[in-house]
Design a protein around this ligand. Structure first.
Ligand SMILES: [Fe+2]
Length: 311
């Protein structure tokens, strides 16, 4: 491995543990010019609207709420300033398709991983940059693709739970696949006794097993992180089975019994989800769970302006 390796403290135990256990590793992304605050502000200035999500988290201690919004005319540096003073987060999705610098980092990362972890060569991967307020939280959820989290600026605490019941059930995964919303998973405070709790500082990343639930608490500072998602054939097939099983359960009242990703049950579910996934029923079920209803106020950093939402 060259001296320009992305992982800076990798050893053989990490190769054995990767994707089986939560792993916190050292990296050098935070030292790259593309991840400076100035470069990120400039990136926000030209970010396509359909590729970002701005979410307001509600005041500290309030019952959680979740609203999507837009940036309006505020320049990128002002957006970062508003996030630093407020309680929200900005997710720049698919950064690797918007700017080639991030694609190059991602390609180098996965080339390096393929050398370090025999057999780990997902053919599909993407990344997003998450800019979030001091003390903001990402609530308990899990993701269908493989994921890791790279800390660039600020510090956060990540709770990673076992990827098994009762922390995550097949029905939870179906609901995520069907409704396209990850934050409705049941959670109880006692789950934390079974979590690994890992603090991340700039230059650290966290990897966890597929579908392991997690939640994140920012410490008292602006946070910039990069989320990396990846898919391979078996993750892709599981996604289709989760979607088909969710359709069977919610649309047809049938209790799915198998999560097989080969054989006759898989192939019939492949057809079912293909036939159903673009129907008006699926679209309606998804759209009622997502709305855009605020934008940032350029006059008062940290404040939000309510937008009227068509019913
Ligand atoms: Fe996540």
């Amino acid at each position: 491995m060259s001296s320009q390796a992305i992982f800076t403290d990798w050893n053989d135990t990490h190769s054995a543990l990767w994707s089986h256990q939560p792993l916190r590793l050292q990296h050098r992304l935070h030292q790259m010019p593309a991840f400076s605050k100035e470069a990120l502000a400039e990136l926000i200035d030209r970010y396509p609207r359909d590729q970002y999500g701005l979410v307001h988290m509600g005041a500290a201690g309030q019952r959680r709420f979740w609203r999507e919004g837009e940036i309006g005319n505020m320049p990128g540096a002002g957006v970062i300033d508003a996030i630093e003073k407020g309680r929200m987060w900005l997710n720049l999705r698919n950064v690797d398709t918007v700017d080639a610098r991030y694609r190059a980092v991602l390609d180098a990362m996965f080339t390096e991983l393929a050398e370090r972890v025999p057999g780990f060569e997902p053919p599909e991967y993407t990344c997003g940059i998450l800019i979030s307020s001091p003390s903001a939280q990402v609530y308990y959820h899990c993701d269908l693709p493989g994921q890791h989290l790279w800390q660039i600026i600020g510090r956060k605490r990540v709770y990673v739970y076992p990827a098994s019941a009762p922390f995550v059930t097949p029905q939870n995964l179906e609901d995520i696949a069907l409704f396209d919303v990850e934050v409705d998973m049941p959670y109880a405070p006692w789950y934390d006794e079974h979590a690994q709790v890992l603090d991340l500082a700039p230059g650290q990343m966290l990897s966890w097993p597929l579908n392991a639930p997690h939640r994140v608490e920012n410490l008292d500072c602006l946070n910039v992180s990069m989320t990396v998602s990846f898919n391979d054939e078996s993750i892709r097939r599981l996604g289709k089975v989760n979607l088909a099983n969710g359709i069977l359960r919610h649309r047809f009242g049938y209790q799915p019994k198998s999560r097989a990703i080969t054989g006759p049950s898989y192939w019939s579910k492949l057809l079912l989800q293909k036939a159903m996934r673009n129907t008006s029923w699926v679209k309606r079920e998804r759209s009622i769970r997502r709305m855009v209803d605020f934008r940032l106020d350029a006059e008062a950093p940290g404040e939000i302006v309510e937008l009227k939402v068509a019913a």
